[in-house]
Design a protein around this ligand. Sequence first.
Ligand SMILES: NC(=O)c1ccc[n+]([C@@H]2O[C@H](COP(=O)([O-])OP(=O)(O)OC[C@H]3O[C@@H](n4cnc5c(N)ncnc54)[C@H](OP(=O)(O)O)[C@@H]3O)[C@@H](O)[C@H]2O)c1
Length: 299
Amino acid sequence: MSVKVVVIGSNGLLGQTLVNKLFNRTDYKLYAMASGENRNSKAQELTYFEINIAYFKTIKLQLNLIEPDFIINALAMTNVDACETEKEECDLINVKFVEKLAHISLELGTHLIHISTDFIFDGIEGLYGETAIPNPVNYYGLSKLKSEEAIQNILDKYTILRTILVYGKVANMKRSNIVLWVKKSLEKGETIRIVDDQYRMPTYVGSLAEACLLVMKEKAMGIYHISDRELLSIYEIAIQIASFYNLPKALIEPIHTTELKQKAKRPPKTGFILKKAIVELGLRPLSFNEGLSLFQKEM
Ligand SMILES: NC(=O)c1ccc[n+]([C@@H]2O[C@H](COP(=O)([O-])OP(=O)(O)OC[C@H]3O[C@@H](n4cnc5c(N)ncnc54)[C@H](OP(=O)(O)O)[C@@H]3O)[C@@H](O)[C@H]2O)c1
């Protein structure tokens, strides 16, 4: 019998990537949920439900009918600066909605897989292991930490996958990411200013989606740090993107974070210790260059 999995937020970068990986697998019965029309390139073949998170009763009704083995929550307010200025909306999407998903998962005996972030940490003493003490420096990070706490308080059958600076490409994207933005700007001959004092482990969305599949396969529970394996400054990331696509590096100007005047503070250096996911899930983290190569191949 196939495993029933509901991907919530199936129009986003991770959501669509998951759908693309799962939709023709015979061992999974896939259901996709997102707001608005189905933007996935596999739109015709998908069992898709349009949802409005303000009407949770309808979502609950659908989940009751499906009785999923797994729910993967890829839905979130991911614009860090918008979360800082629109805190109420951020709470509704990133915390309250997750709380409701945890409650319905408890009622149905469903295993909830939720995605969190390196931004729950302050970035002072990265790399971080799963048991490091969170201390978010912005509202997005705080909201994601609250979502983790809600799940842990309500559920036993859960997995929280924290990840970092995700890149990739799916159909009809609403949001860009570091790789697409740097590539597009350099292709247009635009000068870009990039911070050289923030460090991240950039993660190919395919790696994160694979980790979700590994969690389902292993029925792994608890918190896992999931990213690719190379810690780089954002400036170094941009330089590697330029090298990879053979674009002019001279257009990349290094700057300091203070010059950006962003609404939300950013943690200076995150990055994860990945041992738990490697040992327990069989995760195989990529170098940034391997990630870019796989991205190009899978495009
Ligand atoms: N991207 C990163 O760098 C990164 C880093 C760390 C952690 N994460 C986490 O990874 C997860 C997946 O993120 P992603 O990169 O796939 O982000 P994404 O592309 O922005 O996807 C998020 C999805 O949530 C949907 N959404 C937001 N508000 C909604 C609402 N009120 N009602 C219905 N849908 C709503 C968006 O819908 P629309 O497409 O219609 O706007 C979008 O499809 C998130 O939990 C995020 O916090 C991401």
